[in-house]
Design a protein around this ligand. Structure first.
Ligand code: SF4
Length: 614
């Protein structure tokens, strides 16, 4: 089966269709495997992430556009302007299906357009069009304009004004869904690209259609019989606001100081259910975890918006010690409109609140805003300032790591980030294996890179581990990261991941390659992609010194909550365990033997001098 990519050089308006080489497709399967391979091969070390040499990839899995459930998500990948690492961010909605129907699993964007532009794809024709009427517009204004221009069959992704101002953590938005993390929207805007619009009719070619149909029927039954199916449908990811607070004590409060917050019940899933109007979802997904919510009274009455997902809801409540549900909805809405990553925005604002509490920032620095924990009003103003890089917003637009560097005065200890990426809604002292995933993940602190469900479920494979074990989970972190990478070879949604065995059957029915039917093979390619991403980072100078957590988690016991008193006591021991499980040396560089086992002999040669130095 021929699998194709579209290469768009924005500098010279050159657009070419290419076959993805058969051997490469077999050796990397798809999705995250293609991201790792093409970025490693085509993005040279040391380039400016916001320069012409960076490339932005859009990737869908081999099952996108079919009726397989939750398989039409898409990945945006590039060297991140926030972290300087390999990064990938996963987006939802319909766009993935449309890209696949247009004939492509991979879209590679290169260079920079001479003036604001958008890419239009229809019926094998490609145009770089003038984006002057939408440059500077919010994401809903942009999408509204493009829908009028191209009609109801068009689907699109775009960036907001924050990306145009090169805020380092701007996402790519489709509908009201975001590929949020690590500034993929910033890379897109740095190429002067405001949007991509696709018009396409359903078209999928399957190697074994009858077998595929049966497997989709089985998949639907499996999803419906999952224990959390009803909660996911009813509440979406907001169910985590209750579950993770009560059962795990792992929701961080007050810029990651505490594991509890008075009045948290005001932002429980039952409270969110009261304002929920409708359930919505991505293409071909019966879970429909998206929720349309409406504020019916108070200063924001009438606002109707999709979201927030759990991490966004936490970022605008727990992070700044607020339990104001309406303000959380407004903050989430503003971020979607202006194009800001909700997690990095909320954590960066939490950082500013703590500096204000400590007197390091005063109203003279904050344009008159009194940043008091518990008060969400200044947060709403800061969101707008960040998006427009106004006043204090210009510093916060850089993310916590760079902002701490600019402010000085020892403020890096309050910057809750790894490799520059702000931590999401999980307290590392209450879930230590997940914390080690944050420390080591290739793109910085991302829960989706290695969820470590072995801490929260007795049934998880290969074995359960205690969430507060100081040692003994290094191999679990590796296993979890490789499992995720293997699943993302097909870009299936993390809320509906089938077993690798079942995924293998679906891939064989779709693509006809019997090699993909082996669970071991998929896990092997997941590990291979993970190591290739790591080698991308090694070339950029990343090693053991970067695989660490903010000092707070190592020195300050967690205050309150059921895990109160916990801290990360032995980070070096778990890191050594992790490197040993991965087959990396003590400095975190993949060994020659490991890379040879994964079929990456040429890459081993590329990074040999980094190994000799370590
Ligand atoms: S579970 Fe939610 S995010 Fe995942 S595919 Fe379905 S609707 Fe999209």
């Amino acid at each position: 089966m021929i699998r194709r990519l579209l290469r768009v050089n924005l500098s010279g308006d050159r657009i070419t269709e290419e076959d993805i080489p058969k051997k490469l497709a077999a050796d990397y399967v798809g999705g995250r495997g293609f991201c790792a391979k093409y970025l490693y091969d085509e993005v040279p070390a040391g380039i400016d992430p916001l320069g012409r040499e960076n490339k932005l990839l859009f990737v869908v899995g081999p099952l996108a556009g079919t009726n397989a459930q939750a398989f039409s998500k898409w990945i945006a990948a590039a060297k991140s302007p926030l972290t300087g690492t390999f990064s990938r961010s996963v987006g939802g909605g319909d766009f993935g299906a449309w890209l696949k129907w247009a004939g492509f699993e991979l879209l590679i964007l290169e260079g920079r357009a001479a003036k604001p532009a958008y890419l239009y794809i229809k019926d094998g024709k490609y145009e770089i069009r003038d984006a002057a009427p939408i440059w500077g517009k919010t994401t809903s204004q942009t999408q509204g304009y493009l829908k009028k221009e191209h009609g109801p069959r068009a689907r699109m992704v775009c960036v907001g004004p924050a990306a145009e101002k090169l805020v380092r953590y701007a996402p790519i938005i489709s509908g009201e869904r975001a590929a949020g993390r690590a500034g993929m929207g910033t890379v897109m805007a740095s190429k002067n690209l405001k949007a991509i619009v696709i018009e396409a009719e359903p078209k999928v070619i399957l190697a074994h259609p009858e077998e595929f149909k049966k497997l989709v029927q089985q998949q639907v039954k499996l999803i419906k019989s999952a224990p959390d199916f009803d909660d996911s449908r009813q509440h979406g990811t907001i169910a985590c606001m209750d579950r993770f607070y009560a059962a795990h004590g792992s929701i961080p409060m007050l810029n990651f100081r505490s594991g509890e917050l008075e009045g948290w019940e005001k932002v429980s899933m039952q409270e969110y259910a009261k304002v929920t109007q409708k359930h919505v979802g991505c293409y071909a997904c019966l879970i429909k975890c998206g929720k349309i919510r409406k504020i019916s009274s108070g200063p924001y009455a009438g606002l109707t918006t999709e979201g927030p997902q759990f991490e966004s809801a936490w970022a605008f409540s727990g992070s700044i010690g607020s339990t104001d549900l309406d303000a959380t909805l407004v903050a989430n809405y503003l971020c979607n409109e202006l194009g800001l990553d909700t997690i990095s925005t909320g954590v960066t604002i939490g950082f500013a609140y703590e500096l204000f509490e400590k007197g390091i920032l005063t109203t003279k620095d904050t344009d008159g805003l009194a940043l008091k924990f518990g008060d969400p009003e200044p947060m709403l103003k800061l969101i707008e300032k960040i998006a427009r890089r106004e006043g204090i917003g210009n510093i916060l637009a850089e993310g916590t790591k760079r902002a701490a560097g600019r402010i000085g005065k020892g403020t890096e200890q309050y910057a809750i980030q790894v490799k520059g990426l702000e931590l999401p809604a999980y307290e590392p002292r209450a879930r230590k294996a997940l914390g080690m995933n944050f420390a080591t993940a290739n793109m910085g602190a991302n829960h989706q890179y290695g969820w470590c469900g072995q801490e929260t479920s007795e049934e998880a494979q290969p074995r359960a581990v205690s969430p507060v074990a100081d040692e003994g989970s290094g191999d679990i972190v590796k296993y979890s990261q490789d499992q995720v990478a293997a699943s993302e070879l097909s870009v299936v949604c993390s809320f509906a991941r089938p077993s690798l065995e079942f995924l293998g059957k679906m891939l064989v029915a779709a693509l006809g390659n019997p090699r993909f039917g082996s669970e071991d093979y998929l896990l092997h390619i997941g590990e291979k992609a993970y190591n290739l991403e790591r080698c991308f980072n090694v070339r950029e100078g990343f090693d053991r010194k970067d695989d660490t957590l903010p000092r707070r988690f190592l020195t300050e016991p967690l205050q309150g909550g059921i895990r109160g008193g916990e801290r990360i006591r032995t980070p070096d021991i778990i890191l050594d365990e992790y490197y040993a499980a991965r087959g990396w040396d003590r400095n975190g560089i993949p060994t020659e033997e490991t890379l040879a086992r994964l079929g990456l002999e040429e890459v081993a040669k590329d990074i040999a001098h980094f190994r000799r130095r370590s």
